[in-house]
Design a protein around this ligand. Sequence first.
Ligand SMILES: Cc1cc2nc3c(=O)[nH]c(=O)nc-3n(C[C@H](O)[C@H](O)[C@H](O)COP(=O)(O)O)c2cc1C
Length: 152
Amino acid sequence: MRWSASASNSQPWRIIVTARGADDFTQVANALQGSNAVWAPRASMLIVACARKVDDDGNVLRWAVYDLGQSVAWLTAQAESMGLSVHQMGGFDPDVIARAFDLGEDIEPVAVVAIGRFDAEASLPEQLRGREFAGRERLPLHDIVLNGWPLD
Ligand SMILES: Cc1cc2nc3c(=O)[nH]c(=O)nc-3n(C[C@H](O)[C@H](O)[C@H](O)COP(=O)(O)O)c2cc1C
């Protein structure tokens, strides 16, 4: 993720890296909401992906969240290439993270990223287990290419 491109090479990604069993992992897990609190604490690692919103001169880093997302995408590609599974989550309370890690107002926790080994035998509530094996879906091209080309 560190070598990802960013606007003016501002590198606005900041991360909190925690491993299961450590106190800071528990602090991240405590911020998870809904079903994320059921499955994600079983992951080997929880990473909080944060965006730095202003630079040293107080200028707003307008593309910070875009840059952060791109860097997490690279992290995902690298981890998957190493045989690991990655699952991003927006379902968490950023205030809990900000308080626990004393982040200050310029650092925004944007997503929690679980990394671990996929376990097909894991015991999970039926709904969550079904999701692991459900087919993947995406919008058709004609819904995302706004000007029609090259489909018309
Ligand atoms: C920003 C973001 C937030 C997400 N939040 C959650 C979440 O809170 N809980 C969850 O289980 N999955 C979450 N996901 C995973 C998406 O639901 C998942 O990527 C999407 O359903 C497509 O699934 P697929 O990548 O397996 O095809 C999130 C993904 C992203 C990129």
